[in-house]
Ligand binder design. Structure first.
Ligand SMILES: CC(C)(COP(=O)(O)OP(=O)(O)OC[C@H]1O[C@@H](n2cnc3c(N)ncnc32)[C@H](O)[C@@H]1OP(=O)(O)O)[C@@H](O)C(=O)NCCC(=O)NCCS
Length: 202
């Protein structure tokens, strides 16, 4: 909305916690909900991110995300992903099923803006989230699973430091076509952040 002088009000910059070269990570917030509704209803994105392809109302999407936006969950950490140059929200990433005894977690990521796939954003966001997991949360092993046909994800994960540890055969199905589920993990002792640690003390 224009103000009295006819100028657009300056858009408030989002809060970010971790800044990389291409992306920045920050807390989830309510203003992301319209984008989350859009991304969760994009069938190719919903499938590739491991979910079911089904219509999701604003109400249903809000019911899922609202508790995560409120925070306070001991078992997971969620970040919004921003394009660094514009600070525009482009997706989200998480470390979930955090187990402090075993120092393990599962990893998830979605770049919701399809036009921005393949620009290195997912690889860098994965590196930043892994570094946070290993450095700040003290994790030792982070695991993920993905569909075997999600070659872009497998490539991005491999570049970030994950490696394949096995497959659950023919456990994904679209119509009559069956696909493997690929499991990958990364150890703190193997991980290197080419950008330098997310936690820098001067
Ligand atoms: C998976 C995802 C996070 C990857 O992020 P991204 O920013 O698109 O990926 P990046 O650009 O960092 O890296 C992709 C790599 O895969 C390559 N690639 C792209 N399409 C490919 C394909 N069809 N086959 C093989 N490699 C492919 C790219 O060339 C790039 O590798 P390179 O840098 O060596 O050239 C993102 O695409 C996404 O969110 N997709 C939808 C949801 C999803 O799949 N989430 C993951 C669930 S497990």
């Amino acid at each position: 909305m224009a103000n009295n002088s006819g100028e657009q009000p300056a858009r408030e910059e989002p809060i970010v916690n971790i800044v990389g070269e291409k992306v920045a990570l920050g807390p989830l917030h309510d203003d992301l909900l319209p984008l989350l509704v859009k991304w969760d209803n994009d069938f190719p994105t919903a499938d590739l991110q491991g979910g079911d392809m089904r219509p999701r109302s604003r109400h249903a999407v809000t019911a899922f995300w609202e508790p995560l936006i409120q925070g306070g969950r001991e078992d997971r950490v969620d970040f919004a992903i921003y394009e660094r140059a514009t600070l525009r929200p482009i997706g989200h990433t998480n470390l979930r099923d955090l187990d402090g005894v075993r120092r393990t977690a599962e990893f998830g990521i979605t770049i919701g803006e399809r036009a921005l796939w393949g620009k290195g954003y997912g690889t860098e966001a994965t590196i930043l989230a892994l570094d946070f997991g290993f450095t700040v949360l003290g994790l030792h092993n982070v695991m993920l699973d993905t569909w075997s046909y999600n070659e872009r994800a497998i490539r991005a994960y491999t570049k970030a430091g994950f490696r394949e540890i096995g497959r659950r055969r023919e456990a994904q199905r679209i119509g009559n076509a069956v696909y493997d589920v690929v499991f990958m993990d990364c150890l703190a002792t193997e991980f290197q952040n080419p950008l330098g640690s997310v936690v820098v003390h001067h």
